[in-house]
Design a protein around this ligand. Structure first.
Ligand code: KG4
Ligand code: ZN
Length: 344
C-alpha cells in the first residue's frame, strides 16, 4: 500500500510517500522560515496561504522522486491537529479533496504521534514498549509507548515547552527566528557555568517540567547587562545546559521508573547536539539505548505523517474513503487517541 503523507500544521509544508513493503520512497519539504523571519515568529495567515502555494509542486516532486503517479496512491494521511487552525485546514482540505478525486482512503493523523513514531523510520528501531521524550516547539512530554496507538502520558511541562523556551530566550538575546538552532549555535561559543541559571524542577521527584522561570532568569540577566558579546554566548551556553540537564535527568528517571532501557527522542529540540551528548552519556552508563530520528526528520516533515498513516492502516484502523466531511483539531491531547490497536 502506498501512503501519501501531508504535514501542514505550522510553518513547514511536508509531503512524503511511504510504501508498506518498500519503506519511505520520497519526501519533500518547504520551510517558511525565511518568510516569517521578518516578523520574529510564525504569522498564521501567511502560513496558510503559503501551504496552498506549496502543496501541488511538492506532490509532483515526491511522485517524480518515487517514480509513481497519483493513481498509485492507496491512502492519504494528513495532520489533522494539533496546530494552527488555518494551516491545518489547508492540508486537510487538500488531502480530502485529492482522496475524493482518487477514490482512496484518508487517515487524519495526530502531529505528535507522527513525531513519536518518527524514530521507527530509522534503520535501527526501538522495540515496543519504550519511553519517548517529545520535545517540540509546543510540547515537552514524557510518554510510555506500549504499542502503536497506546500512549501513556508520564509527565509534561506545566508552562512553556522546551522549544518555546529556546525560541523566547533566543529572542531576548536578539537572535533570529527560529531561535532554537540559533541559540544552540551561540552556545557553542560560550561556556556554561560562568553565569548560573536554575535547573527548574530537577529535584521535584516527578516527571513534570517548567521552563518559563528559566526564560525570566535570562531576562533578568539581560537587564543586568549580560545579554551582549561573550556574555551572551555564556548565557546561551548556560541556558542550553540548564534545559538539557533537566530533560536528560527526567528522561532517565522515566525509564528507571518504568523498568525500561530504551528511550526515543522526538521533536525539533531532539536535534540539539548537547541534549544528544547528555542522553547518550547517561544511557550508556545505565546500559540503555537512545534512538533518534534522522536529523532531517526531527523537525516537522511529511515522512512521519505518511509513516504513521501506514502503521494505522496496517493495524487495521478503519479509515474512511473521502466522504467530503472532515474535522481538524487545533487542540488535541495525544491521550485522546484511540486505545491499543497493535502490539508489535
Ligand atoms: O517539532 P518541531 O519542528 O515543530 C513543532 O511541532 O513545534 O520543533 C520546533 C522547535 C522550535 O522551538 C525550535 O526552536 C526547536 O524545535 N529546535 C531546537 C533545535 N532545532 C530546532 N532547539 C534547540 N536546539 C536545536 N538544535
Ligand atoms: Zn512538530
Amino acid at each position: 500500500m502506498l501512503v501519501l503523507g501531508i504535514e501542514s500544521s505550522c510553518d513547514e509544508t511536508g509531503l512524503a510517500l511511504y510504501d508498506t513493503d518498500r519503506g519511505l520512497l520520497a519526501h519533500a519539504l518547504h520551510s517558511q522560515v525565511a518568510m516569517h523571519e521578518d516578523y520574529g515568529g510564525v504569522v498564521p495567515e501567511l502560513a496558510s496561504r503559503d501551504h496552498i502555494r506549496r502543496l501541488i509542486p511538492l506532490l509532483e516532486a515526491v511522485l517524480t522522486e518515487a517514480t509513481c503517479t497519483r493513481k498509485d496512491i492507496d491512502a492519504i494521511a494528513y495532520t489533522a491537529g494539533p496546530g494552527l487552525a488555518g494551516a491545518l485546514l489547508v492540508g486537510a482540505s487538500f488531502a480530502e479533496g485529492l482522496a475524493g478525486a482518487l477514490g482512496v482512503l484518508t487517515l487524519p493523523i495526530h502531529h505528535l504521534e507522527g513525531h513519536l513514531l518518527s524514530p521507527l523510520l530509522a534503520a535501527e528501531r526501538p522495540k515496543f514498549p519504550f519511553i519517548a521524550l517529545l520535545v517540540s516547539g509546543g510540547h515537552t512530554q514524557l510518554m510510555r509507548v506500549n504499542a502503536i496507538g497506546d500512549y501513556e502520558l508520564l509527565g509534561e511541562s506545566l508552562d512553556d515547552a522546551a522549544g518555546e523556551a529556546f525560541d523566547k530566550t533566543a529572542k531576548l538575546l536578539g537572535l533570529g527566528y527560529p531561535g532554537g538552532p540559533a541559540l544552540a549555535r551561540l552556545a557553542e561559543q560560550g561556556q556554561a557555568g560562568r553565569i548560573t541559571l536554575p535547573r527548574p524542577m530537577l529535584h521535584s521527584g516527578d516527571l513534570s517540567f517548567s521552563f518559563s522561570g528559566l526564560k525570566t532568569a535570562v531576562l533578568t540577566a539581560v537587564r543586568n547587562g549580560l545579554g551582549a558579546g561573550t556574555q551572551a554566548a555564556d548565557l546561551a551556553a548556560e541556558f542550553q545546559e540548564a534545559v538539557t540537564d533537566v530533560l536528560a535527568a527526567k528522561a532517565l528517571a522515566a525509564c528507571k521508573a518504568n523498568g525500561m532501557r530504551q528511550l526515543v527522542v522526538a521533536g525539533g529540540v531532539g536535534a540539539n547536539r548537547r541534549l544528544r551528548e547528555k542522553l547518550d552519556a547517561a544511557f550508556s552508563h545505565f546500559r540503555g539505548r537512545v534512538f533518534y530520528p534522522e536529523l532531517a526528520l526531527c523537525t516537522d516533515n511529511g515522512a512521519m505523517i505518511a509513516f504513521c498513516g501506514a502503521q494505522r492502516l496496517l493495524a487495521g484502523d478503519a479509515p474512511v474513503v473521502g466522504t467530503g466531511t472532515f474535522a481538524i483539531r487545533p487542540r488535541w491531547p495525544l491521550a485522546d487517541l484511540a486505545r491499543p490497536v497493535l502490539t508489535a
